[in-house]
Design a protein around this ligand. Sequence first.
Ligand SMILES: NC(=O)c1ccc[n+]([C@@H]2O[C@H](COP(=O)([O-])OP(=O)(O)OC[C@H]3O[C@@H](n4cnc5c(N)ncnc54)[C@H](OP(=O)(O)O)[C@@H]3O)[C@@H](O)[C@H]2O)c1
Length: 308
Amino acid sequence: MTPIRLALVGLGKIAQAQHLPAIAATAGIEVVAVASRHASLNGVAHFATLEELLERAPDIEAVALCTPPQPRRAQAIAALAAGKHVLLEKPPGATTGELAPMLARAGESGRTLFAIWHSRFAPAVVPARRLLTQHKARAVKITWKEDVRVWHSGQGWIFEPGGLGVFDPGINAFSILTEILPEPVFATGAELSFPANRQAPIAADIELASPSSLPIRAAFDFRQSGEQTWSIEIETDAGVLLLSSGAARLSFAGDLLVDEPEQEYRGIYRRFVELIRAGRSEVDLTPLALVADAFMLGRRHIVEPFDD
Ligand SMILES: NC(=O)c1ccc[n+]([C@@H]2O[C@H](COP(=O)([O-])OP(=O)(O)OC[C@H]3O[C@@H](n4cnc5c(N)ncnc54)[C@H](OP(=O)(O)O)[C@@H]3O)[C@@H](O)[C@H]2O)c1
């Protein structure tokens, strides 16, 4: 079968660090074009914008939108209207409402829409989900703390409306949580810290619960220097289940069960090829809805201005 001809849109940090090497390692798909205002790739067709790409490169079959969430809806609709399959980086949109029309458009045009949650492809996720079908969770503590200056330097969009602030990484924890728990969860309260000069929170403490009254607390912070923490600790009836390093590691009742280098994006592109071949879409709004609900319920605190 000939490889799917893909264009990357937005050649920023994640496109370069993860998408390009993962696509190169995946059978059945290849990068043949890039749409980027500032960057290009040797030997690959370059267009300044998605619009230009859609007009001048009609043989492209799929696009991966690696842009920030704010421009993504318009880009996805334009690509679907031009008959392309679309991969959406996380979060799938800047609002929860924009996804249903996008999915409908994909259905009408018989194209695949794949909204990725990369953390769900981390190596410890499937074993953790299996353990939680066997052992009852009693309490959950999420700690997602990183230094925004290290990981998001120069990414002004992250503190703009729709950029999610500290929920940009925090939503990854929600994507894991909602994948491994055997019951749904919902937000019950939030404390949101907004820098005086920014439009999105730099830290957030969120309380969540479940139909079985599982207590869940999440602490997200962008001001973490030194050790960086991306962990989910779940007390169960048989001991503590600990996901750490963003679910690259798993220990249960003191035993280390998983400790693998992550290859999330290889799994993502394998799935994208499968979805396209099968004529299916995959879009799950749940993590984004939890973030939206935290904003709705959140008590707002103004904290010191943040300058990059
Ligand atoms: N960084 C990570 O570790 C990471 C991990 C997983 C997922 N993600 C997600 O991937 C998406 C992109 O993140 P990133 O870290 O790659 O961001 P980034 O480094 O800022 O790159 C985004 C790229 O999108 C393009 N772009 C198009 N329209 C834009 C606009 N209106 N504002 C700003 N940039 C625009 C820019 O590329 P051109 O100049 O080339 O046009 C920019 O380089 C985000 O949704 C993020 O949550 C990021």
